[in-house]
Design a binder for this molecule. Structure first.
Ligand code: SF4
Length: 293
C-alpha cells in the first residue's frame, strides 16, 4: 500500500464506523476539494451509493459555479442533497456584503447559526427532488447529531486540535480542552444520548495528498481551482465577497501538484485568501468553537 492507499483505507474505515454507530448522521459538503474527496470516499465506502444525507449551508454569497457544481453532482450521483440557510438574516440584510455587520458576525449568522438550526431541524431544510430536478422544502425535521466534516489538521491551527470523533454540546459548542484521547487508532464512539459528535475522516490528509488523490482518482472539481489564463487560481473556495485567488500559473492537476511540491506556498496559509480568517486573529478558533465548520 502506498501513502494514499493508507489514507483512503483509514478514511473509509472512519466513515463505516460512523455509519454503524450514529443513527442520525449527515455529511457536510462545502463543495470544496476536501469535502468532495470525502464524498468520493463515501461512495467507495458504500459501494457507489451514499447512504448519508449531504448538507450544504448556503450563504447565498458562494461563487455561482460552486452551486452549479453542487446541483449537477447531486443529480448525477443521486445524492440525498439538502441545503439550509439563515433566511431571516438574508432578508434583513444582516450581512457583511450589505455593509451591516463585520465579517465575523456575518459568518456567525450565515454559517454557524444556519448550520446549527439546519442540523437541529428547527429551520427549513430544502431537499433535491430528483424527479423535479430542483429543491423542495423537506418534510423531515429529525435532528442530525452525528455530523461528518471534511476538515484537515494541516489546513489551519484550530483544526489541528480536532479528534476523529469530536463531541460538541447541544448548541454545537466545542470545548477544545475536553476531548477524548485517540491513542493507537482507538476511537471513542459511545457518547451520552443527545451528544452532538463531529466526525473527521480526512484529519490526516494534507493539501498535497488531496490533490494527488484527485489526480489519481480523476475526481472532477470546480474549475476555479485552476488558472484559466489570468495567472490566478483559488486555493480555497468560499463566499465571493471574502475569497481571493492566489497568483499561479497552474492550469492542470499535475501543475497544481508540482506547484505544491515546489514549496511555493510553504509559508503561505492555504486559507490566506479567506478574509474572515484574518478577522478571527489569523485563525478560525472563535468561529469554530461556536459551531463553524
Ligand atoms: S465569508 Fe463573507 S459573505 Fe460569507 S458568511 Fe462570512 S463574512 Fe459573510
Amino acid at each position: 500500500m502506498d501513502h494514499l492507499d493508507k489514507l483512503e483505507a483509514q478514511s473509509v474505515y472512519i466513515l463505516r464506523e460512523a455509519y454503524r454507530e450514529f443513527k442520525s448522521l449527515c455529511m457536510l459538503w462545502s463543495i470544496g476539494k476536501d469535502s468532495t474527496v470525502m464524498l468520493w470516499l463515501a461512495r467507495k465506502a458504500f459501494f457507489g451509493h451514499v447512504p448519508i444525507p449531504l448538507v450544504h449551508v448556503d450563504t447565498h454569497y458562494k461563487i455561482p459555479e460552486m452551486i452549479e457544481y453542487r446541483d449537477r453532482l447531486a443529480l448525477e450521483w443521486n445524492l440525498n442533497m439538502i441545503y439550509g440557510e439563515n433566511r431571516e438574516a438574508l432578508e434583513r440584510k444582516l450581512t457583511f456584503p450589505d455593509g451591516n455587520t463585520d465579517r465575523l458576525t456575518c459568518c456567525k449568522y450565515l454559517k454557524s447559526e444556519a448550520l446549527k438550526h439546519t442540523l437541529s431541524g428547527e429551520w427549513p431544510r430544502y431537499r433535491m427532488d430528483h424527479e423535479l430536478k430542483h429543491y423542495v422544502q423537506d418534510e423531515g425535521k429529525e435532528p442530525y447529531t452525528g455530523v461528518i466534516a471534511g476538515v484537515r489538521a494541516d489546513e489551519e491551527g484550530s483544526r489541528s486540535k480536532e479528534r476523529y470523533f469530536s463531541p460538541r454540546d447541544k448548541d454545537n459548542v466545542w470545548d477544545v480542552g475536553d476531548q477524548p484521547p485517540e491513542f493507537w487508532n482507538q476511537f471513542k464512539t459511545d457518547f451520552a444520548p443527545g451528544t452532538h459528535v463531529r466526525i473527521h475522516p480526512l484529519l490526516d490528509w494534507t493539501e498535497l495528498n488531496i490533490w494527488e488523490y484527485i489526480e489519481r482518482e480523476k475526481i472532477s472539481v470546480v474549475s476555479l481551482y485552476f488558472n484559466q489564463g489570468k495567472g490566478i487560481r483559488y486555493r480555497s473556495l468560499g463566499c465571493y465577497p471574502c475569497t481571493n485567488p492566489v497568483e499561479s500559473e497552474a492550469r492542470t492537476l499535475p501543475e497544481i501538484i508540482d506547484e505544491l511540491r515546489s514549496g511555493k506556498f510553504s509559508n503561505i496559509a492555504e486559507r490566506s485568501g479567506r478574509a474572515q480568517d484574518s478577522e478571527d486573529g489569523g485563525g478560525l478558533e472563535t468561529l469554530r468553537r461556536d459551531g463553524y465548520m
